[in-house]
Design a protein around this ligand. Structure first.
Ligand SMILES: [Zn+2]
Ligand SMILES: [Zn+2]
Length: 387
């Protein structure tokens, strides 16, 4: 069929929205008409060339739409179902899948992270070439063909542009709190970065009834949003980690800004102890250093921000051992997306999960480059492509 898709022909260059050809679904596959697609840093990284990637490719991995056709042997999803796309379609039979760790499925490394469908088929073509589907979802496109495991049916009365964000940012942020860290109620939590993932770590911590939820960002606008999502304190940092003397701060709601010594500010807010859990949603060597310095004895750092591929952080090893700190990596919510996504939809229906507030800007597909540019200069919330 004839469609339009935003194709990356060369990394570092704008996407080109143009005519393309999409083949119908094969066995175990679905044809989905995309209605909304969130714009995530994991689209920006390959677009800018931070992550090397074979082109041409259609980006987009945070999508929602309507199933228009199903191939043979599809059992779980039906034509006309509304679905949220999952960019980690697990095989269900490998050792990590059997352990219940679907996001670590062996098939993802062999297939999905190489921008291929599990069937191995090339379904998308443009200018006489095969075009790779980013993470097998490629939802900066009118229609996509995805494996059945990449689609999660959702109720038809809910807005698809709000639901799209569940497919990456919301699951990643909330799951880091509930699945990776298993944060207990009453905890004191620091969240570094109040972007798409960070805001969802904050609302995950609020859902788990954390006592203190401290948001740290370099920009004032995301911090204002962080309050809406449940942050009890906001700190505007300077991007420099240090562990100097007292800042003389009281536990007021908004700290004098910018704060130069973030670890000292966190200690003051937490009765001198440091945070029980620190979530680094930025993923730079500097934020990791800040995260470790802000964590209390026996506390944990959860690293969920995707860095550049070549980023190396360092750890002060002696205090890390003596203070029994822990470092946890968390990808895509660390759970089972096919179960976690419906649970998140239920929380949204119950008014306990903010999704509409997460969408601050919408764009038509042919403005996708504006959406990526706005993300690069982000105010924290999500831009969504809407059809
Ligand atoms: Zn598997
Ligand atoms: Zn993403």
């Amino acid at each position: 069929m004839h469609i339009h898709a935003a194709i990356l022909w060369e990394q570092g260059q704008p996407l080109s929205v143009e005519a393309a050809e999409l083949d119908g679904p094969g066995p175990g596959e679905l044809l989905v008409e995309i209605k909304a697609a969130g714009v995530c840093h994991s689209d920006l990284h390959p677009a800018r060339g931070d992550w090397a990637m074979k082109v041409p490719v259609v980006l987009g991995h945070e999508g929602a739409g309507i199933v228009r056709d199903v191939g043979p042997n599809v059992t779980r999803v039906r034509k006309d179902d509304h679905v949220v796309l999952c960019w980690a379609p697990a095989c269900g039979v490998c050792p990590p899948c059997k352990e219940g760790r679907a996001v670590l499925c062996d098939r993802l490394e062999k297939v999905t992270y190489r921008n291929k469908l599990p069937s191995g088929a090339a379904r998308l073509h443009a200018r006489g070439k095969d075009v790779a589907p980013f993470l097998g979802t490629a939802c900066f496109s009118d229609f996509v063909v995805v494996p059945e495991e990449a689609a999660v049916p959702v109720p038809r009365d809910l807005r698809l542009d709000a639901l799209a964000t569940i497919g990456c940012a919301v699951l990643t942020g909330v799951g880091a709190v509930t699945n990776a860290a298993r944060v207990p109620a009453g905890s004191r939590v620091l969240v570094i970065g109040a972007g798409g993932i960070g805001l969802n770590v904050i609302q995950g911590a609020a859902i788990e009834k954390c006592e203190q939820i401290i948001a740290l960002d370099l920009r004032p606008a995301p911090l204002a949003l962080a309050k809406q999502f449940g942050a009890t304190h906001c700190i505007e940092g300077t991007g420099v980690a240090s562990t100097g003397t007292s800042t003389g701060l009281s536990t007021n709601q908004r700290l004098p800004s910018p704060v130069h010594d973030v670890p000292a500010a966190i200690r003051e807010l937490t009765g001198g102890r440091g945070a029980d859990f620190v979530f680094d949603t930025v993923g730079s060597p500097a934020t990791l250093a800040t995260a470790i310095a802000c964590t209390r004895k026996g506390g944990a750092v959860v690293l969920t921000g995707l860095s550049r591929q070549d980023a190396q952080g360092s750890i002060p090893m002696f205090p890390f051992v003596m203070q029994e700190k822990r470092l946890i990596g968390s990808v895509y919510g660390s759970g089972q997306p096919l179960k976690d996504i419906p649970r998140l939809v239920s929380l949204y229906q119950a008014g306990r999960l903010k999704l509409d507030e997460l969408v601050s800007r919408t764009y038509p597909l042919d403005k996708v480059n504006d959406a990526l540019a706005a993300l690069a200069a982000s105010d924290g919330a999500r831009g969504v492509i809407r059809w």
